[in-house]
Design a binder for this molecule. Structure first.
Ligand SMILES: Nc1ncnc2c1ncn2[C@@H]1O[C@H](COP(=O)(O)OP(=O)(O)OP(=O)(O)O)[C@@H](O)[C@H]1O
Length: 346
């Protein structure tokens, strides 16, 4: 099903075509600052009177056509407490006490209910705003950087519960600058650039294929995935062939984990250094499948294979000249684990 959104905001033109398959429950939208992500969500939410939106509402589950946007631009009522803010919406939408409690718990807001909304931190405000959005019984939930102020562990928990809660009842279109989250929770990803969708229908685990068709600076992620072999509170280890990769913690009960590796963050070496020596937690033995050198900048892009998984690395011109890596060579790739949670403060 195709959805087309067009709108003029000042001198910015949004003209985006999205494909919304029936199997897609979470559609991630990424793009550089100013690409039009917020504009797109505002148009989809019906907040831009000049916008033309075709074919969107019919994407929702048949139960309803209630489109709800959760963003920093939809503030809470400042004169009401958190509980009052939530109850206003719950009562209006006929939400039962049981559902109310379950939404409050999923958004981790129970301990905030008595607080004034003006006394909330940014992450707390986002959780209350999310709870309020869910209490409106959306059939389509639009989230614009709705978890950006939460720490990594909290965000992982909240997104996990949100994913479970929305299953079968609510579709989600969400914008985040956190590619790890987008890759982990979206069924598909659309990439916006200058008001246009330049890539769509992209399975989140196919970021690597999309990368090949985009200029290097636009999209450089590559998703590694595998079965979990070790699970700690702070991190998860998964298998890539016979090797292990550390990523930030996934929720208990998950069988697989993933890590989106930014090509700019990958170091390449011929010698097997201890990862800690260079400050990276991950090391994979890889084979150089191909390399392309940008004729203007001298930046070299390596396509690296580890078993049947692909990784990209970008080498600045001096490093590329110094290493003089050849296609077919066996090397080591070093990279971080995404943003692992910060150590708990005493
Ligand atoms: N109210 C407005 N009037 C005129 N132009 C606007 C308005 N709001 C946004 N724009 C312009 O529309 C363009 C897209 O803005 P938008 O907020 O949608 O980008 P974005 O991708 O969400 O960016 P960011 O990641 O920084 O939040 C920008 O060039 C911006 O200046």
């Amino acid at each position: 099903m195709a959805c087309h959104v067009s709108c003029q905001r000042g001198d910015f033109t949004l003209s985006a075509r999205l494909t919304l398959g029936p199997d897609i429950d979470w559609l991630g939208v990424v793009g550089a600052s100013g690409a039009g992500k917020t504009s797109l969500l505002r148009c989809l939410a019906g907040l831009e009177s000049a916008a033309q939106v075709e074919g969107f509402a019919s994407w929702a589950h048949p139960a309803g056509d209630n489109i709800v946007l959760v963003s920093a631009q939809t503030p809470l009522f400042p004169a009401l407490s958190v509980e009052e803010n939530l109850q206003v919406v719950a009562r209006y939408n006929g939400v039962t006490d049981e559902s109310f409690k379950s939404v409050v718990d999923d958004c981790e807001c129970r301990h905030l209910l008595a607080k004034a909304v003006t006394a909330l931190s940014a992450g707390e405000t986002q959780r209350v705003a999310l709870a309020r959005g869910l209490l409106a019984n959306p059939s389509i939930l639009l989230m614009d950087e709705s978890t950006s102020a939460m720490d990594t562990k909290l965000r992982t928990r909240v997104l996990h519960k949100l994913k479970r809660r929305t299953q079968g009842v609510c579709k989600v279109v969400w914008v985040s600058h956190d590619w790890q989250d987008i890759a982990r929770y979206s069924d598909e990803v659309a990439v916006l650039r200058q008001g246009k969708v330049t890539i769509q229908d992209m399975p989140a685990n196919a970021l690597s294929q999309a990368e090949a068709s985009e200029p290097v600076s636009a999209l450089q992620g590559c998703l590694l995935q595998g079965p979990i072999v070790e699970h700690e509170d702070e991190f998860t280890v998964f298998a890539v062939g016979e090797n292990k990769v550390v990523t930030r913690a996934v929720e208990q009960g998950e069988k697989n984990a993933s890590l989106l590796v930014d090509a700019r963050q990958v170091l390449v070496s011929r010698t097997p250094l201890a990862p800690a020596q260079i400050g990276y937690v991950n090391r994979l033995p890889v084979k150089v499948k191909s390399l392309d050198t940008d004729s203007e900048t001298g930046v070299q892009r390596l396509t690296l294979n580890c078993g049947n998984q692909t990784l990209f690395a970008l080498l600045e011109a001096p490093a590329a000249r110094h290493l003089a890596i050849q296609s077919g060579e066996a090397v080591y790739a070093y990279f971080g684990a995404g943003s692992l949670p910060e150590p708990a403060r005493a």
